[in-house]
Ligand binder design. Structure first.
Ligand code: SF4
Length: 334
């Protein structure tokens, strides 16, 4: 009874818990925060999207989770709890055991993961044998199983091929197969379909969705495209200028955005545009880290801005699962 209760509590606890994460980049002109006050949780098997334009802080958040920040950036505060550890304070060796093992990462460009001078089979075996004491034959069998799981045609033939012999979509399938090699609990996918054409993009998203369901893997999907997250994720975080400005269940955020920035991203989706119409765009651009405006950092681009918006930074205030950092959150009447 006590064990059952303990198991139940463990299953309910978040798999990953990120609290008040802050990343700082020291520049010649002074230190700047690339992300601040970033907090969220991911449950076992849950699919979370992090959305925003380039420079919003999405990828920095992903790299900060795994303590993989490029120098001179560093974690200036906050915690990342996973499997009883705070990844923000673990030493490099313990972190290496978690990266690519319990938490895998997929990048936009498959060639960031694939070694161009090794066959697919050789690099998959190498990756497996780096983490597990298994024979070459066992490694080959597992590699083949994973290639079949990502539905690569003629999987056995692919083992002997080099990355340049595969199409872009096929290379991304191989990268996903590599991410699955260690049966991870979480996959972090950073713009995994941006480099692919639209049809292949849809296939890869469907594949990620199926794999997460089949293997109960949690997914953090990072993208600039709200259309992509709406197809795959259950919850969304919207980031702007290094902060979370909106969060909520995916369908609610898409149907009724609270933050004007989310509304702008939605209006800019090609499917919102009628044939012959020009794509709508949010005026202006994301501020650089050195020039984040005072008050609400979105105010120079916001059609609803009022005097207070340039003076006071709005808190991320929550009502249940929904939250938005805006002095005048949108409502159906506006
Ligand atoms: Fe726009 Fe003001 Fe809300 Fe910022 S706080 S998003 S400027 S309405």
């Amino acid at each position: 009874m006590i064990v059952e209760r303990a198991n139940k509590l463990r299953d309910m606890a978040p798999l990953l818990s990120v609290n008040n994460l802050e990343v700082v980049f020291p520049l010649r002109s002074g230190a700047v925060s690339a992300i601040r006050d970033v907090s969220f949780e991911l449950a076992k098997g849950e699919r979370l999207g992090i959305v925003g334009e380039s420079g919003a802080g999405k990828s920095v958040t992903a790299f900060a989770i795994l303590n993989l920040l490029s120098k001179p950036g560093y974690l200036a505060g906050g915690s990342v709890r996973f499997a009883g550890n705070n990844l923000a304070t673990l030493n490099e060796e313990s972190l290496r055991r978690i990266r690519g093992n319990q938490i895998s990462m997929i990048f936009q460009d498959p060639m960031m993961t694939l070694n161009p001078v090794l066959t697919i089979g050789a690099q998959m075996s190498e990756s497996l044998r780096a983490h597990r004491a298994i024979s070459r034959r066992q490694a080959r069998r597992i590699a083949l199983e994973k290639l079949q799981a990502v539905q690569i045609p003629s999987a056995e033939t692919r083992l002997a091929q080099y990355p340049h012999e595969l199409s872009g979509g096929m290379r991304q399938r191989v990268v996903i197969a590599i991410a699955l090699l260690s049966d991870p609990q979480i996959i972090i996918a950073d713009e995994p379909t941006t480099a692919l054409d639209v049809t292949i993009q849809a296939e890869i998203l469907q594949l990620l969705l199926r794999l997460c369901n089949d293997f109960a893997v949690g997914l953090i999907l990072i993208t600039h495209d709200l259309g992509v997250v709406s197809a795959v994720t259950q919850r969304i975080l919207v980031m702007y200028a290094g902060r979370i400005v909106e969060r909520g269940r995916t369908e609610e955020v898409i149907r009724r955005p609270l933050h004007p920035y989310t509304q702008g991203l939605l209006a800019a989706l090609p499917e919102q545009t009628l044939p012959g119409q020009r794509l709508q765009q949010i005026p202006g651009s994301m501020p650089s880290l050195q020039e984040i405006p005072a008050g609400c950092s979105f105010h120079p681009r916001c059609q609803y801005a009022q005097a207070i918006c340039s003076q006071a930074s709005p808190e991320l205030s929550a009502k249940g699962a929904r939250a938005a950092a805006c002095h005048f959150p949108l409502n159906p009447a506006r």
